[in-house]
Design a protein around this ligand. Structure first.
Ligand SMILES: [Zn+2]
Length: 275
């Protein structure tokens, strides 16, 4: 067994124990044992740690910007909108969702509907979606560069994922869509807006893990991008990020940031129109 395999095995064992409800954190002994074995390697989330700070209450929600793209949260404050995209690897989607469940971290998933992750993980994910801790938004059906498609094709890409999210999770993902690669133009925005997706949602911080990155690179990018009022993009595609959840949460906790979904920050359009 290589060192990497060994670490993965230990993390998997710990995850299994956590899932099966084995209380390995009640004594610091067990946690210490893990730390000793793993050395400086990333370990599992310690459920004994305090939960993250709660999001602001519904009264502090603000109206969505009228036009243009969304790249950061408005104003000054202590909020962090951590968003994760695609869902290439069903196991990464499962582990991210379990991570949210274990820590209380609030996330927005930009769903690429064609991946089987979104049906395979629906039982685990649905309660978190229903409670609002995880928000689902639209990241097209097959992840094309929308600027190269016809209007009809753009509409199909968005409506297919829209239908999946309605049918599988009972949610309306609008108005938030993220154009793959961040590529959009006036035509894309107009077709999307016609379907209710009038907020092209980009980002200001980036974990840069759409390709495979090392664990230390991901921690470094999180350190740079987990800053107040940032919208940060990560990916549900490759395993390394799932090995550093503890370190990522430590950054959030030490900076006293509050993780939020987009719905935690902005009024839903129906509500905005009424006010
Ligand atoms: Zn993507």
């Amino acid at each position: 067994m290589t060192e990497l395999d060994r670490r993965r095995f230990l993390v998997a064992v710990a995850a299994t124990m956590a899932v099966s409800g084995v209380c390995w954190s009640s004594g610091s002994k067990h946690t210490l044992a893990h730390a000793d074995v793993l050395g400086s390697a990333p370990g599992p989330i310690n459920p004994a740690l305090p939960k993250l700070l709660p999001p602001p209450g519904p009264d502090s929600r603000v109206a969505l910007p009228g036009g243009g793209v969304l790249k950061q949260l408005p104003g000054t404050g202590d909020l962090l909108a951590w968003t994760v995209d695609d869902g290439v690897d069903s196991e990464v989607v499962r582990l991210y969702t379990q991570f949210a469940k274990d820590t209380g971290v609030r996330l927005t998933y930009f769903v690429t509907g064609a991946y089987r992750s979104w049906t395979e993980n629906s039982a685990l994910l649905r309660p978190l979606v229903e409670s609002g801790q995880i928000q689902l938004a639209n990241h097209t059906w097959t992840h094309p560069d929308l600027t190269r498609l016809s209007q009809h094709q753009i509409a199909e890409e968005l409506t297919s994922t829209d239908a999946l999210l309605r049918n599988t999770y009972g949610v309306n993902a609008a108005p938030y869509f993220r154009p793959p690669y961040g590529h959009h133009n006036a035509t894309v925005d107009a077709v999307a807006a016609d379907l209710g997706y009038h907020i092209p949602t980009l980002w200001r911080g980036d974990l840069r893990d759409s390709a495979v990155r090392s664990e230390s690179q991901i921690i470094e990018m999180a350190s740079q991008s987990f800053t107040p009022q940032n919208i940060v993009i990560g990916h549900l595609n490759h395993a390394p990020v799932t090995h550093v959840y503890g370190q990522l949460v430590d950054i959030i906790r030490s900076r006293r940031l509050r993780t939020v979904t987009l719905n935690d920050v902005f009024l839903r359009p129906e509500t905005s129109r009424r006010t």
